[in-house]
Design a protein around this ligand. Structure first.
Ligand code: GLC
Length: 752
């Protein structure tokens, strides 16, 4: 007999009586052992409860008081596994106290969409958004930013980040492009893996680490018509070449959890797709963590997709396909219990999910010293000077200088006056989506940044303007008048994805947002009267530069043709205004490169650089066919000369291919350059992209300094998927490209 006390607890009429043995509470035992000690004494209801998630109690109390009452009862009963969007550390602690009064005292995971910082929580570090981070091509910085996010999450009592996005975005109409790392599978794969490493460290369970949740599984960056939730009709080739690699990279990086995608894929909703969630994910890729549904998507198997007649069948389909956690609400544990009793879902299936979840709860110390957080200490951990410095560093490295004719940029600090104008000049739009209320003083707008940087040496004026889609005649007239009297004008225009002014998810309240989740557009123009305002300001003949704040590529053909200086700032986060001002006035040399191609219009979509050879064989009959700016475009205030690209002439099959190129700073400012290395398989048995990114290096060069940048292409970098989708390397000529240079080598071997 063990030293633990045995208690007999009746669980109500008809329920099994389970002996309670507190041995699993012993922190000296190994987590795996504690899981076994706990699982064997859990009732079926307690087990399926671990698989259920609820929206935080306070949110429910406002919107759905009856659900809040049920949730509270279930917390005390010990049949809630996790929450999402609890509001505060205090609320998180309160919930943990509720479950501590339950029979087995199993702690609850608190999950959050912490996607570019723990930014749905008040007073945290708001990093640049994913598309912005991607422009920096700086993986180490991305990893560090996610370490900060994880630290802030744990300090405030959260354990599970619904992040990273691993979807490849190819359609700029989709509102969520700003949440992605852009169009290239390698960039997305490396960036997403860096997020996983930053958030999880070893395995997500250290004191300053959280569990990562790669999403969306699978492919939601390519839904038809750019509409969120819409079907994905993807060829097997696109799936294998473009969609799978980032997901696989997240699994290989140890990502502990996965979120299924809202969409259907080739006729099967992802949430009931056993082929994806079990055969591919677990079978082929060896995933051992757990899969969470997206918000109400088990319900949507019936509501939207119409593949099941009712919720019980939806739960059966989802769990048997491989979904382990239901996000969110009341309609899950009863049907799942019944399904197990009826033999339609096996208890082993339930146990697999529960074991994985409990293992993390034990490893994180949630049964022990880490169940509660210190609310005072939490406040002190947020947005510290060093975290803000990191957000600033990223905001400096990411913006992309799209155009700089006549070297209009950087603006001279000797100007007498500058006008900061446009609807986004003093707007929170620069934090992007998935940021809720923040202390206003934490967000530096472009106007704030310009004032702080040059306000003591020149007159900085602001042309007040209505919201993005409410620009009036007066706004335009005022701006034009002020422009006439300014030495230079900084027009801040673009999109607004921000929810900072929103209380809670309610799309109807997001009237002045033009991007973000569920904010797809049928065109990608500048919304409202922004272009009209810009054109009138431009007509004054004064020097004008445009700062774009946006999460998706915009069709800004007129701007590209007429405005001399264009800086793509994307959504540079809480310190963004400072970084933008520093770039505009030359304190920081811009170094970002586009992670996504800019189409001329929505009608030009799809536009991406790694297209097949025939993609642009013919042109549209009216207007230009090719994009405004390609993936990889980005200027600097200095100039870089690429020379001496060298590869061996002949390479033996199976050997790495050394590639060298010399990059020299030929201008008179120090600067960073992102050196991108592409490969093209010249003649192949199936069509291959005209060029495909294989590696990159971010280097810093002083004026006159040069560096030999070395890469090594691996055999798999040269592989293609043949007509039967086998990965093969075909001998023959390959081209290597970087900058404007191209070199060729021949891979030896017998043609297959
Ligand atoms: C959503 C999103 C997903 C997010 C989840 C929880 O519907 O698609 O990305 O993690 O809700 O907020």
């Amino acid at each position: 007999m063990k030293r633990a006390v045995l208690l007999l607890v009746g669980l109500g009429a008809g329920a099994a009586v389970h002996a309670q043995d507190g041995s699993y509470l012993d922190p000296s035992l190994a987590p795996e052992q504690r899981v076994e000690l706990l699982v064997r004494q859990m009732t079926l209801r307690e087990k399926v409860g671990q698989m259920n998630q609820y929206l935080g109690l306070e949110r429910q109390r406002t919107d759905k008081p009856q659900v809040a009452a049920q949730m509270e009862a279930e917390l005390k009963e010990g049949v809630v596994g996790s929450t999402l969007f609890t509001l505060t550390a205090e609320e998180g602690n309160r919930i943990q106290r509720m479950v501590e009064s339950s029979r087995l005292k199993i702690p609850v995971f608190h999950a959050m969409d912490s996607i570019h910082g723990h930014a749905c929580y008040y007073g945290t570090t708001v990093f640049p958004t994913a598309i912005t981070m991607a422009s920096s091509f700086d993986l180490a910085l991305v990893e560090q930013a996610h370490q900060v996010t994880a630290m802030e999450m744990r300090a405030t009592g959260y354990h599970w980040a619904f992040w990273p996005y691993m979807s490849v975005a190819r359609d700029a109409r989709w509102g969520r492009v700003g949440e992605t790392f852009g169009e290239d599978p390698l960039v997305v794969a490396r960036m997403a893996a860096a997020c996983v490493k930053g958030l999880q460290g070893e395995n997500g369970t250290g004191p300053n680490q959280v569990l990562a949740c790669a999403k969306a599984f699978l492919g939601d960056g390519q839904s038809v018509n750019g509409l969120n939730f819409a079907p994905m009709d993807l060829s097997e080739r696109t799936l294998r070449e473009v969609v799978y690699p980032p997901a696989k990279a997240c699994i290989d990086a140890g990502c502990r959890t996965i979120m299924a995608a809202h969409n259907e894929i080739n006729g099967t909703p992802c949430h009931s797709h056993k082929g994806l969630l079990t055969d591919l994910l677990r079978g082929e890729w060896g995933f051992e963590g757990y899969v969470v549904s997206d918000w109400m998507d088990i319900e949507r198997l019936n509501w939207i997709h119409k593949v099941t007649p009712d919720q019980k069948t939806s739960v059966e389909a989802a769990v048997n396909a491989g979904v382990d956690v239901h996000m969110q609400g009341i309609d899950f544990i009863e049907p799942l219990e019944e399904l197990v009793r009826e033999g339609r879902v096996s208890e082993e299936r339930i146990d697999r999910a529960v074991r994985a979840i409990l293992l993390d709860k034990f490893r994180m110390g949630l049964f022990d010293e880490n169940r509660y957080v210190d609310e005072e200490a939490a406040r002190a951990a947020l947005a510290t000077p060093s975290s803000r410095a990191l957000a600033l560093e990223m905001a400096r490295k990411a913006p992309v200088l799209l155009k700089n004719e006549n070297q209009i940029l950087p603006l001279s600090k000797a100007l007498k006056s500058v006008l900061v104008a446009g609807p986004l000049a003093d707007s929170n739009a620069l934090v992007g989506d998935w940021v809720y209320a923040q202390p206003p003083e934490n967000i530096i707008t472009v106007l704030d940044g310009v004032k702080a940087l040059v306000g003591n040496r020149m007159e900085v004026r602001h042309a007040r303007c209505g919201e993005l889609m409410e620009i009036t005649d007066e706004d335009i007239a005022r701006t034009v008048d002020m422009a006439r009297n300014a030495d230079a004008i900084i027009m801040v225009i673009g999109d607004n994805d921000s929810r900072v002014n929103e209380q809670w998810e309610d799309d109807s309240r997001r009237i002045n947002t033009s991007g973000g989740e569920n904010r797809a557009r049928s065109d990608i123009n500048l919304v409202g009267r922004q272009l009209e305002m810009l054109q009138q300001v431009h007509a004054t003949g004064k020097p004008v530069v445009v700062v774009l704040i946006n999460g998706r590529p915009l069709s800004v053909e007129w701007v590209a043709d007429h405005v001399e200086g264009i800086l793509e700032a994307w959504q540079p986060g809480m310190m963004g205004g400072q970084a933008v001002a520093e770039i505009l006035f030359g304190e920081v040399n811009p170094s970002g490169k586009l992670p996504m191609t800019f189409p001329r219009s929505a009608g030009h979509i799809l536009n991406y650089y790694s297209h097949r050879p025939s993609f642009y064989y013919k042109n549209y009959i009216f207007g230009k066919t090719e994009p405004l700016w390609w993936f990889g475009h980005g200027l600097s205030y200095t100039t870089f000369a690429y020379s001496d690209l060298s590869v061996p002439k002949q390479v033996a099959a199976g050997q790495p291919v050394p590639v060298r190129v010399t990059v020299k700073n030929t201008g008179n400012r120090a600067g960073d350059e992102v050196v991108l290395l592409y490969v093209n398989d010249v003649i192949s048995s199936v069509t291959t992209p005209v060029k495909l990114l294989k590696d990159w290096a971010r280097i810093r060069l002083e004026p006159g300094q040069q560096q030999v940048v070395e890469f090594a292409l691996t055999p798999s970098d040269l592989a293609l998927l043949d007509k039967d989708f086998n990965s093969v390397v075909e001998p023959g000529a390959f081209e290597v490209m970087t900058g404007a240079l191209k070199a060729e080598f021949v891979l030896e071997g017998n043609p297959q």
